[in-house]
Write a protein that binds this ligand. Structure first.
Ligand code: ZN
Length: 381
């Protein structure tokens, strides 16, 4: 089976993050087991989803890890020309949900495993397939905790998110958070006797915007990003029941997208201090009121030096290596953080097509990924 035939199978498993990925894991696990790989299926607590870890080649050597997520974003509300879960080849493109993000790479990785199994490796090839990446890099964490405990230390991790096969040296980290504002309800004719939770929310938003302005003026900068500084943004606000009631409840969902040099947790802690200060101003008149800030999800940024060994290694596998940085997040920072090993992002297709209707990867990108991984396997002989 070549990588396109494998991709055809993988796209057929509708692994939207809300659904199980077990059928895909069963397929990939059987495929790898048949090749003689040592595999481990690591289910979640409910047994509805699983991570898959596979190793070909000798034990006790570090090796190279190819990592990717099995889940895809939903297709609901999107206008697709054909069934998103049936791979469609048209001209130079392969259409289907997940072709770019990132089953194209998973297919190429399975194809590389097939190639690796056809000869003897002196250095192992590891594959790690995760679940629930699209909802905040959630699924990979228990696997990484287990591997960290075990002392698993591959030499390099390649995260195959779509970069058009460019070498992505980094991306920003992300912290998603929620602020719940508790006010005091009143008839709007007596508005000053209550405490308006929406007004509290606005006070906090003003602080968020001050912090953003401060980050723009004095924060770290990395001009290789389209937005070269850390950003803070409110994406959702909820509150109020009727115009004649002073609202006692409002909720803000906001996020921090931080450069790897900035600490997302520290910025969130500072916002928490802002919320505490705003709350304290009302405690005397309205006991029980206030703003509570909580972290919802977070993943770290990724930053690899352009002259790092992993960059030289991967560059040597490409005919025209190009270095870049990406706007979207990956599991890469978690691999580096948990395992203490360098991770880099490089995979077929472009995120310009990811998460959209009629998502595709080109045959040319698949061929380029196949060639690169073939050269990688040759290095492991
Ligand atoms: Zn992805």
């Amino acid at each position: 089976m070549n990588s396109v035939a494998i991709l055809d199978k993988l796209v057929g498993f509708a692994t939207v993050s809300t659904e199980s990925n077990l059928a895909l894991i069963d397929f990939a696990g059987a495929f790898l087991r048949d090749l003689g790989a040592r595999i481990e299926v690591l289910p979640n607590q409910q047994g509805t989803k699983a991570n898959l870890l596979a190793t070909l080649g000798p034990t006790g050597e570090a090796g190279v890890l190819l990592a990717g997520h099995t889940d895809v974003v939903p297709v609901a509300g999107q206008s697709w020309s054909t069934d998103p879960f049936v791979l469609r080849e048209a001209g130079t493109r392969l259409y289907g949900r997940g072709t770019a993000d990132m089953k194209g790479f998973l297919a190429a990785a399975l194809n590389a495993a097939q190639l690796a199994a056809s000869g003897v490796l002196t250095t192992p090839l590891h594959l790690a397939f995760s679940y629930d990446e699209e909802i905040g890099c959630v699924g990979v964490r228990p696997m990484l905790e287990m591997l960290a405990e075990r002392g698993f230390r591959p030499r390099f991790c390649i995260i195959g998110e779509p970069t058009s096969m460019q070498i992505a040296l980094g991306h920003k980290g992300k912290t998603a958070a929620r602020a719940t504002c508790h006010g005091v309800a009143a008839h709007s004719a007596l508005a000053p006797s209550g405490l308006n939770a929406i007004h509290l929310a606005c006070d906090l938003i003003a602080r968020l915007r001050d912090r953003q302005a401060e980050l723009v003026r004095h924060g770290h900068r990395d001009e290789s990003y389209e937005v070269p500084y850390t950003t803070i943004h409110v994406g959702k606000i909820q509150g109020g029941v009727a115009l004649n009631i002073v609202p006692d409840h409002a909720v803000l969902d906001f996020e921090i997208r931080n450069l790897a040099q900035d600490d997302g947790a520290a910025i969130l802690a500072a916002i928490g201090a802002d919320a505490a200060e705003l709350s304290a101003a009302h405690r005397h008149d309205h006991p029980g009121s206030g703003i509570a800030v909580e972290r919802v999800t977070a993943y770290p940024g990724l930053e690899v030096a352009p002259d790092a060994e992993i960059v030289r290694f991967l560059s040597a596998l490409l005919d025209a290596p190009a270095l870049t940085k990406i706007a979207f997040g990956t599991e890469g920072g978690l691999y580096t953080g948990h395992l203490g090993v360098p991770a880099i992002v490089c995979g077929p297709g472009s995120m310009d097509q990811g998460h959209k209707p009629d998502e595709f990867v080109s045959l040319e990108q698949m061929a380029l990924c196949d060639l690169t991984l073939q050269r990688l396997v040759d290095r492991l002989r």
